[in-house]
Design a protein around this ligand. Sequence first.
Ligand code: 3PG
Length: 306
Amino acid sequence: MKRVLLATEKPFAADAVIEIEKIAKSSGYELVRLENYKTKDELLNAVKDVDAIIIRSDIVDKEVIEAGKNLKIVVRAGAGYDNIDLNAATEHNVVAMNTPGQNSNAVAELAFGMMIYHARAFFSGKSGSELRGKTIGIHAYGNVGKYVGMIAKGFGMKIYAFDPFVDDALMHADGVIPVKSVEELYKNCQYVSLHIPANEKTKKSINKDLMMLMPKNAVLVNTARKEVISEVDLLEVMSQRKDFAYLSDIAPDCAAEMTEKFPGRFFFTPKKMGAQTEEANVNAGIAAIKQIIDFFEKGDVRFKVN
Ligand code: 3PG
């Protein structure tokens, strides 16, 4: 019987785990649970005798891959796979996959949750502002970006997007204005919502030049990865522009300095929260176990990323 490890330092909702287990069992697979674990050693130990792993943002580096002597596949139940050492996986003939789109709506909703919370002065009782009529720039029009566009439409915002990999016609059909450069996006939009992956090209790519282009009362919303921001530049922009705010799903490394110097102009979730809904957990978890079964039973590698 094949064994699938569910290794989630930040656990899925209970119902998602029940669903994953049900699907595993009905196909003759055993689900081994390592949830809410505290040390890497626990993961190294648990991976020893399993054929597959389902993870979230859990770090699967060379050491983890090498500890998994029988390991054939790692599925990141989610979109970003910057937490997997893809070279090590390839080197050891381990297939790495993600489950694109499954948690995108949850992430998009969180972006708006943070925007409203900030626009309404953190529900302090002070007069805030509204989103209607404001401009929003979607930086990368992938699965999450599309949901952000859909929700923004409901709010009555004017929506721009930059994504060199997406046809203009597709954006137009969604009521989104495509722009030709990232600079144009930042120049036009009071709100910018980030949906780029974290990789060698994008890390620290959101820099001072871009942030300074944003119009008055700029709000940069980051539900992507903290690594895509140049934090040195962010601190500089925050001190030069009293009208600039930064909202982020998970605190940046410079959180202490932001807290000391720029109170009232930022918000950070204490733990990465974008995909923390029961719906997203169920969708991504079910997709992950199904992809593992299809891989073993049919050789299906449709969602392979390495
Ligand atoms: C993703 O890349 O899918 C999101 O960042 C969600 O990450 P999480 O599963 O760790 O919450």
